[in-house]
Ligand binder design. Structure first.
Ligand code: KIV
Length: 280
C-alpha cells in the first residue's frame, strides 16, 4: 500500500480501531530520515534535546531558537511522519500572545504539524488560544520535566487515588480544550488504562504502560546513545555508545599506525602529471 503523510484524523482513527500509535523523538536530519523510513507514525522534536543532544542538566535551559533550529533539520528529514515541535519552558507561560507566537514559529519556520506543551489547568487558557489560532496541540500530563522542581523530582505521578483523579480531570479538560492527543509520562499502567478508556482522543505512553493508545520514547535513550541514566520504562533496542566507541578507537589507532587512509581512500594523479608537478 502506498504510504501517505500521517494526519490527525489517522491518529484518531487508530484509537477508534484499536491500533497502536508509534512515536519517537528526533533532533537532526539523519535521525529523522531513519525514523521516518522505519514507518514511525509521529516524530517529536522533544525539548529532551537539551539533555540528550545539547548536554544540559535538564530541559529547562532549552530556548525557542534552539528548538526551531533542530526542528527545521528534522523537518528536512521527515516525509511521512506527523511532526510535532515541543514548546520549551517559558515559551508559553508568560502570556497568551507569547504562547501563540511561539507555537506559530514551529509551524511557520520549521513547518511542524503541531506543538506539544506540558501541564493541565495552568495551560488550559494558552492551549485554547493556540488551538484557536489553528495550531493542533498535543497535551502532556503526569511527570512534566519542565516543572520537575515543583513536582519534587523525577517521580512517578498518580500513585494514589487523589493524584490519579487529578490527572484524569486534567486529561478531560485538555480533551475538552481541543487537544488531539495527550502524552502520559510516568503514570502507573493501571491509572493510564482507566484514563485511556475515558478519553476519546489517544493517550501516548511515556512510561505509562501498554494500555495507552500509543508509545513514545526518547530515541537517544532507546538506541543507547545517552547513558547518563536509563529510566525504568526505557527499553534499549541497541546500545550504540559502545559500538561507536569501538569505531572511534579503531580509527584513532589506524591513523596513528599509518593504516588509514589506504590506497582505496586516496585520489590519484596520472604519472606524467605528477612528474611535471614534482619538477616545478
Ligand atoms: O521532550 C521529550 O522528548 C518529551 C517526550 C519524552 C514525551 O517530552
Amino acid at each position: 500500500m502506498e504510504r501517505k503523510k500521517l494526519m490527525i484524523s489517522d491518529l484518531l482513527a487508530r484509537k477508534r480501531e484499536g491500533g497502536k500509535i508509534t512515536m519517537l523523538t528526533a533532533y537532526d536530519y539523519p535521525m529523522a530520515r531513519i525514523i521516518d523510513d522505519a514507518g514511525i507514525d509521529v516524530i517529536l522534536v522533544g525539548d529532551s534535546l537539551g539533555m540528550v543532544a545539547l548536554g544540559y542538566e535538564s530541559t529547562v535551559p532549552v530556548t525557542m531558537d534552539e528548538m526551531i533550529h533542530h526542528a527545521k533539520a528534522v523537518r528536512r528529514g521527515t516525509k511521512f511522519a506527523f511532526l510535532i515541535g515541543d514548546m520549551p519552558f517559558m515559551s508559553y507561560q508568560v502570556s497568551r500572545e507569547d504562547a501563540v507566537r511561539n507555537a506559530g514559529r514551529f509551524m511557520k519556520e520549521a513547518l511542524c504539524d503541531a506543538v506539544k506543551l506540558e501541564g493541565g489547568d495552568e495551560v488550559l487558557d494558552v492551549t485554547r488560544a493556540i488551538i484557536d489560532a489553528g495550531i493542533p496541540v498535543l497535551g502532556h500530563l503526569g511527570l512534566t520535566p519542565q516543572t520537575v522542581s515543583k513536582l519534587g523530582g523525577y517521580k512517578v505521578q498518580g500513585k494514589d487515588c487523589e493524584s490519579a483523579q487529578k490527572i484524569m480531570d486534567q486529561a478531560l479538560k485538555l480533551e475538552a480544550a481541543g487537544c488531539f492527543a495527550i502524552v502520559l509520562e510516568c503514570v502507573p499502567g493501571k491509572v493510564a488504562e482507566v484514563i485511556t478508556k475515558r478519553l476519546k482522543i489517544p493517550t501516548i505512553s511515556c512510561g505509562a504502560g501498554a494500555a495507552c493508545d500509543g508509545q513514545v520514547m526518547v530515541t537517544n535513550d532507546m538506541i543507547g546513545l545517552f547513558d547518563r541514566f536509563v529510566p525504568k520504562f526505557v527499553k534499549q533496542y541497541v546500545k550504540l555508545s559502545p559500538l561507536l566507541n569501538l569505531a572511534f578507537v579503531k580509527y584513532r589507532e589506524e591513523v596513528e599506525l599509518g593504516k588509514f587512509p589506504g590506497p582505496e581512500h586516496t585520489f590519484t594523479i596520472k604519472d606524467e602529471e605528477l612528474k611535471k608537478f614534482k619538477k616545478r
